[in-house]
Design a protein around this ligand. Structure first.
Ligand code: 4NP
Length: 151
């Protein structure tokens, strides 16, 4: 089993989308996908309604996800840890205990050569259209990532 953790700040907007979308592109008998936030603000909450809506419009149900905070044992539990932006990356790395921990952490958009800005924009203070744009960016990137993980 290969395990992948998607991480953003609140675990209610971006990483729940990345979690649900990547999960939909991988065979569940070989891959485990989860998500977390570096902050504690939204622990136990459902994803943002706007993320749930844009996912549902694409036949992906993320409504049963609940936010949790990234924890040090995630370095042991996961093979790959993907940060949605540079700030999330820095926050995760600040908790690393070893080079082995550090090597597991990547910027999610590093796999997508077509995108030069390596930060998934935070749509929290935006409109539904910002969530739709984030959905498309994450979906394109999960196409690339799923091929990389399956090969
Ligand atoms: P996320 O978005 O990191 O993509 O889940 C945010 C959610 C909540 C907050 C910021 C970003 N917040 O400040 O509460």
């Amino acid at each position: 089993m290969t395990s992948i953790l998607m991480v953003c700040l609140g675990n209610i907007c971006r990483s729940p989308l990345a979690h649900g979308i990547l999960q939909s592109k991988l065979p569940e008998d070989h891959f485990y996908v989860d998500s977390a936030g570096t902050a504690a603000y939204h622990i136990g909450n459902t994803p943002d309604k706007r993320s749930i809506t844009v996912a549902r419009n694409n036949d992906i149900d993320i409504s049963t996800q609940r936010a949790r905070q990234f924890k040090i044992s995630d370095f042991d539990a996961f093979d790959y840890i993907y940060a949605m932006d540079q700030s999330n990356y820095t926050n995760i790395i600040s908790l690393a205990r070893s080079n082995k921990d550090i090597e597991k952490v990547k910027l999610f958009l590093e796999v997508n050569d077509a995108i030069s800005n390596k930060n998934v924009p935070d749509p929290y203070y935006g409109e539904l259209s910002d969530f739709e744009n984030v959905y498309a960016l994450i979906d394109d990137t999960c196409d690339i990532l799923s091929k990389f993980l399956i090969d």
